[in-house]
Ligand binder design. Sequence first.
Ligand code: NAD
Length: 257
Amino acid sequence: MNLKGKTALVTGSTSGIGLGIALSLARQGANLVLNGFGDHAAVVAQFATFGVSVEHHGADMREPGEIEAMMSFANTRFSGVDVLVNNAGIQHVANVEAFPIERWDAIIAINLSSAFHTSRLALPRMKAHNWGRIINIASSHGLVASAGKSAYVAAKHGIVGLTKALALETATTGVTVNAICPGWVLTPLVQQQIDARAMTERISVEQASRELLAEKQPSLQFTTPQQLGELAVFLCSPAADNVRGAAWAVDGGWTAQ
Ligand code: NAD
């Protein structure tokens, strides 16, 4: 229970990786501010047995004003954020000449700029307390590219860069800033890509899933949200006090190739 009494805010935590990380942090005793769309009451109910306080704020990560309202809510409800996990993200696949402008803007806003806004608002209190953790959920696409994903690759390379810059700005403090770079994790975001592939290639969803893994991820296994949650817990531990500016791949060997 090394996070008892601390407050974690995880953006995009009503689903997938964000939810997995929020559950792992709650198991360590952290109070939670959840964020994201969908049936948040059902999500909050999953935390009932952990003996921690859990709130949801529905700020849209495209909107800086709503992000400010969410951070103020965390300050009022819990007296601030100790662990900030910038996780909210969306995907759109198309070659750049056919990429809808609105999708480009949304991906840059949600997958990159929201982390700038949450970080700039969380850091003053973290620095004042001389303890804090910022964990940015980047991607293999923060380290290498794939065709058809220009906005996502640009945003994820951007968040790896933001991670390094903030790690330097906080290097002599008790605040650390790191990125986790997952390869394929079976969440709704990836299921959509598997379903699209099955439809385009007229193959079964199982076959599409096998092909998706075989193309990029040598382990041929999906990483789980729980595994990423446990890595986030490690990054919050004293053992990780001097892990700074890392872009930690959890990708079954994807970026080792
Ligand atoms: P997901 O679709 O399961 O969950 C995305 C979450 O973000 C949801 O809670 C959703 O409500 C929220 N969200 C979306 N738009 C939002 C907005 N405008 N404002 C607030 N919340 C919003 O996706 P996931 O696979 O769990 O992805 C989470 C993060 O992990 C993303 O940043 C994604 O890029 C990254 N990632 C995922 C994979 C993967 O294989 N699934 C791999 C590498 C990185």
